[in-house]
Design a protein around this ligand. Structure first.
Ligand code: GDP
Length: 337
């Protein structure tokens, strides 16, 4: 899910990430229309292929966020959408056909922060606080090309301090195990150090010194979206691919459990599972406290599987990043993608 004030480059970034044009018939409302505007929920499906493995992702855009004169209620439709997906999952889980549940829960929310402000705005704080127990928030510093490197670093620090002061819980990128290889450990360190990811989006392909790059051309030069010296776009994409499994697990173990606990507390849970705690369990890497042996064994197996899947995703991402540009992007046919 992508959330943030309109005009911060959400649609452009999503198109850059998935190399598609997800919003060909987009209508940008006028100022008059925005006054009364409510937030829309716009879900589209993209298929991405990683080394022959097809992944179906649903991208949820939230146009209208922060647009109207009174933005107090603008995140209600978003919360409602997230809850509806949990509700649907809960119902499916309690139904007969539990093997074929389509998981449409929101596993990740990129929250776009305005680069021209002085850190977080009240709306940013209010939104993140309203959803941090429901979804994995990944803060993103939008339009990073409008800031100098020093400004980016200062703003990132300020945003992190504010997140901390306000008690906002963003998605904690997982620590890697001590037995992982050095390259992976370094990648983890870099990804963690890049939060909030300073991104640049562009839908145009520009030729720079004989190379075709996705970028933004200014009179003084070209900002390359996929150049790690220019912005954190590649880091954001790597994070999404390598931690996709972990994002799903945190959703399952923390946010979904929160939802179920709330439901139980209000007496409306679809099917309470006996013995389950009403508070979210802490994330367990090596098995937890009061579990039966069987449960512990199962957890360890799941953990092993998760690590294997992460390793695989990592290898795929590495191979992907070593491919020449034109292969990574598929055949880019037109100048404007
Ligand atoms: P949305 O309303 O958040 O979906 O924003 P859009 O993706 O429609 O972008 C709004 C405007 O900002 C468009 O003119 C984009 O070309 C421009 N834009 C998008 N991404 C960037 C960026 O990273 N840097 C700069 N400088 N402009 C951007």
């Amino acid at each position: 899910m992508v959330v943030g004030e309109s005009g911060l480059g959400k649609s452009t970034l999503v198109n850059s990430l998935f190399l598609t044009d997800l919003y060909p018939e987009r209508h940008v409302p006028s100022a008059a229309e925005k006054i009364e505007q409510t937030v829309k929920i716009d879900a589209s499906t993209v298929e991405i292929e990683e080394r022959g493995v097809k992944l179906r992702l649903t991208v949820v855009d939230t146009p209208g966020f922060g647009d109207s004169l009174n933005s107090v209620d603008c995140f209600k439709p978003i919360i409602q959408y997230i809850d509806e997906q949990f509700e649907r999952y809960l119902n499916d889980e309690s139904g007969l056909n539990r093997r074929h549940i389509v998981d449409n829960r929101v596993h990740c929310c990129f929250y776009f922060i305005n680069p021209s402000g002085h850190g977080l705005k009240p709306l940013d704080v209010a939104f993140m606080k309203a959803v941090h127990h429901k979804v994995n928030i990944v803060p993103v510093l939008a339009k990073a090309d409008t800031l100098t490197q020093i400004e980016v670093n200062n703003l990132k620090k300020k945003i992190l301090d504010q997140i901390d002061e306000q008690g906002i819980r963003i998605y904690p990128l997982p620590d890697c195990d001590s037995d992982e290889d050095e390259d992976y450990k370094e990648q983890c360190r870099q990804l963690k150090g890049a939060v909030p990811f300073a991104v640049v989006g562009a839908n145009t392909i520009i030729e720079v010194k004989g190379r075709k790059v996705r970028g933004r051309m200014y009179p003084w030069g070209v900002v390359e979206v996929e150049n790690p010296e220019h912005c954190d776009f590649i880091k954001l994409r790597t994070m999404l691919i390598t931690h996709m499994q972990d994002l799903q697990e945190v959703t399952q173990e923390t946010h979904y459990e929160n939802f179920r606990a709330e439901k139980l507390a209000s007496g409306g849970a679809g099917k309470p599972r006996s013995g389950k705690p009403a508070v979210p369990p802490p994330r367990m890497e090596n098995g937890g406290g009061d579990m039966s042996d069987k449960e512990r064994e199962l957890r360890q197996k799941e953990e092993e599987l998760r690590r294997m899947q992460e390793r695989l995703a990592r290898m795929q991402a590495e191979i992907e990043s070593k491919k020449p540009q034109h292969i990574q992007n598929g055949e880019l046919k037109s100048q404007d993608v």
